[in-house]
Design a protein around this ligand. Sequence first.
Ligand SMILES: Nc1ncnc2c1ncn2[C@@H]1O[C@H](COP(=O)(O)OP(=O)(O)OP(=O)(O)O)[C@@H](O)[C@H]1O
Length: 262
Amino acid sequence: MIAVQGLSKQFRQAGGGWWQRKPARVVQAVEQLSFAAPDGRITGLLGPNGAGKTTTLRMIAGLITPDAGSIQVDGFDVTTQTSAALARMGVLSDARGLYPRLSARENIVYYGLLQGMTREQAHERAEALGELLDMGKLLGRRTEGFSQGERMKTALARALVHDPANIILDEPTNGLDVLATRALRDTLRHLRSPEGGAKCIVFSSHIMQEVERLCDEVVVVAHGRTVAEGTVVELLQRTEQSDFEEAFVQLAFAEETKGSHP
Ligand SMILES: Nc1ncnc2c1ncn2[C@@H]1O[C@H](COP(=O)(O)OP(=O)(O)OP(=O)(O)O)[C@@H](O)[C@H]1O
């Protein structure tokens, strides 16, 4: 279970040199953002480009420190009880950085060791995840030259190696073809189910169809804030729309569209 309350983050962009006369700029990436992601549910952060989704996930994953607000993971505060909170989380970031000279199996096992697993446990888990994610011969191959889909599978197996109860994914289908996207969707549905461990899954996307198909709960983010939260059906009812894209545009761009019609 992940609970985010009043989260805020500003970035300060340095200005140009004195000859460019460009002042430093402050970007309010996330502002008073709150939501709760329960266990056994897939929660989607849906928002337009620049809405603050990645910044939010990076704060949840303990990669950057919030200016204000709190993040609890299974009751552990990410800022003050960082290692306990991080041990309960598996993170698939947009970077998918893998060690190119190591095989997929070695990449996964290495992360298992970093998580405090024995070599034997980590190897067993790599085999089980290889099966779950249908990695076949990929496990033994060096990751150098892997396709996007192969990289994603390896990075996901690595994120799941310690069997975390909470899974964070930033734009997980970026660059994946239709079959790889479907396979990922099936895996996430399995992980959400009681047989798969009833995980708490949070992912970010700006693709409406993906969120509509997969998410139990949707958090619509715009300008760094939560503008709506609920199931797809609830958001459709609230906006009196039958098309989710229309509902999303209405919710996420309310301020912009207000001004554009006379
Ligand atoms: N390190 C940084 N320095 C300066 N500004 C940043 C930094 N990281 C993010 N921002 C700014 O914060 C805002 C939110 O960015 P963020 O990446 O969180 O959005 P996003 O919702 O994930 O967008 P996208 O869907 O395009 O990936 C943007 O205006 C972005 O330019």
